[in-house]
Design a protein around this ligand. Structure first.
Ligand code: SF4
Length: 496
């Protein structure tokens, strides 16, 4: 990947945001091949959250552009601001929203302030510096300094509003970051992959970077290695997956123990995981059967939840009902009935619990199989809130089987993550809708909620069908992983 020798374009707030998350990302945003980018629902979700947050601030529609500022509109979007940053760097920003307040600007007896909708539970460095840049360029444009930015969180009556002082410390951090960003963009090749690759989940360059990580045997490819552990291993001279696979367990345990006794224990686990990934073959770690509950079960309910984490809303509880074929085997999962239970907040939790308990009571002896702890936590908490007795809760706990936990207990797999997507894909499972993930399903959910009964009713019904298809696929993927475990449980090398 080479950088074209064109005159430098301005540094934008988008580039700064990318750089604060991952230096490589900013470089790719500027110099990368756009065809390598993959669409991510995350940005659309962010914009949707921002729009709802802004409409809670003021029901009036914002007006557009600098002309609206000159006219003294109460709220303005679509303003492009330009300026000169440290060391003469050209900078450009597009504030999400400006609101009119008290003051004296070149437009009259008022002045504007930038507004930002916070994502998540705390205001990280990235939005702080964006707001600082917006405030600085806005101050120049309106010829009146901007001392504070407004931060919104949430929607409706519970919306939080915080005034953030854009003081000297933030100004200094902004200057320093802009200069370092400019330096990184001048590199002739992209900066290395980010240390903590959890950040990559939301990045549009992840497909390109995943390929590179796999090709170079990047340590982050080893399941169980995050940014911190990678740094420690690199300090010990282990740079690549192959180095770790070849390491001596005792030596590594002693070296890691200096940084904490618990690291001594994980040393041999990391080495085994690296060896399994390198060899490409699964390895049994526990000779007990992984899913003994399913051996005699008359059927299994495969359970998967779709959630809106920001709203703490589990909006869909999906069940695939898979029975036996009468000869000791299982029926075709692709023909299994699917039961989607939508959790509409306006219908109340009691109604949801009633429908869930009715469904579970229809097949009382069938275990409930799910992947990860989300489903069991959500169902048990819901049951508790709805007054289930200790006896009922215990019965529910006994029925719930966390497949992820069973896999981790019984097997080493040649996968870089033990998440459902990676494990089921390793088993050859393919989702019927390409490029769909939980964020995309959440976006469809919000579209369906908006269109429900309104002008976009038909389009939104299509969104709902796609959510169901995605959720059903997750149930089928869970079964693909479970089926492999069951087949292996029939193998000869198990404990009696
Ligand atoms: S995928 Fe990860 S490493 Fe690659 S640019 Fe994005 S955040 Fe950085």
């Amino acid at each position: 990947m080479a950088v074209s020798p064109l005159a430098p374009s301005p540094l934008t707030d988008r580039l700064l945001g990318s750089w604060l998350r991952c230096k490589r990302r900013a470089w790719l945003d500027r110099h990368g091949d756009p065809s390598e980018r993959i669409w991510s629902a995350h940005r659309s979700l962010q914009l949707d959250g921002q729009r709802r947050s802004f409409s809670s601030l003021s029901p009036e529609r914002p007006r557009h552009g600098l002309a609206a500022c000159e006219a003294g509109a109460a709220a303005v979007v679509g303003v492009r601001l330009f300026g000169v940053g440290p060391a003469g760097l050209a900078v450009e920003a597009h504030p999400a929203l400006l609101v009119r307040g008290a003051g004296q600007s070149r437009w009259g007896a008022f002045a504007y302030q930038p507004v930002l909708a916070r994502q998540g539970y705390r205001l990280s460095r990235e939005p702080r510096l964006s707001l600082t840049l917006w405030g600085r360029l806005l101050g120049e444009a309106q010829q009146a300094p901007v001392s504070h930015g407004l931060v919104l969180a949430g929607v409706g009556a519970g919306q939080q509003r915080e005034s953030l002082a854009l003081g000297s410390s933030l100004q200094h951090q902004l200057d320093e970051s802009l200069q370092r960003l400019a330096g990184d963009l001048e590199r002739s090749s992209p900066p290395p992959l980010v240390n903590d690759r959890k950040k990559c989940v939301l990045c549009s360059w992840r497909s390109l970077c995943d390929r590179e990580a796999a090709a170079e045997g990047h340590l982050s490819e080893v399941s169980g290695i995050g940014g911190k552990r990678r740094e420690l291993l690199q300090q010990l001279g282990l740079q690549r997956l192959g180095d770790l696979a070849a390491a001596d367990p005792q030596q590594l345990a002693d070296a890691l123990a200096v940084h904490g006794e618990q690291l001594r224990e994980v040393a041999s686990e990391l080495i085994t995981q690296a060896q399994v990934q390198q060899g490409g073959q699964p390895l049994r770690r526990d000779r007990r059967p992984a899913l003994p509950e399913l051996a005699q079960a008359p059927g299994v309910l495969i359970y998967d939840i779709e959630s809106d984490p920001d709203a703490r809303d589990d909006f869909l509880h999906g069940f695939l009902r898979l029975g036996r074929d009468g000869a000791g085997g299982w029926l075709d999962p692709n023909e299994a009935p699917y039961h989607p239970l939508l959790a509409l907040q306006e219908q109340g939790e009691a109604r949801l619990w009633q429908r869930l308990s009715q469904l579970l009571a229809k097949w009382p002896d069938w275990p409930v199989l799910h992947y990860g702890e989300t489903e069991s936590l959500a169902l048990l908490r819901l049951a508790q809130r709805q007054g289930a007795s200790e006896l009922e809760l215990e019965a529910l706990r006994r029925r719930l089987i966390d497949l992820h936990q069973r896999i981790r207990r019984c097997w080493w797999l040649p996968v870089s993550s033990y998440g459902l997507k990676a494990v089921a894909s390793w088993r050859g499972f393919r989702w019927s809708q390409k490029g769909v993930d939980g964020a995309r399903a959440l976006l469809w959910w919000r579209q369906w909620r908006l269109g429900f009964g309104g002008a976009h009713g038909r389009g939104s019904r299509h969104s709902l069908r796609r959510i169901f298809a995605y959720n059903r696929d997750d149930c089928l993927a869970t079964w693909a992983a479970a089926r492999w475990l069951l087949d292996e449980d029939q193998g000869p090398d198990l404990a009696p």
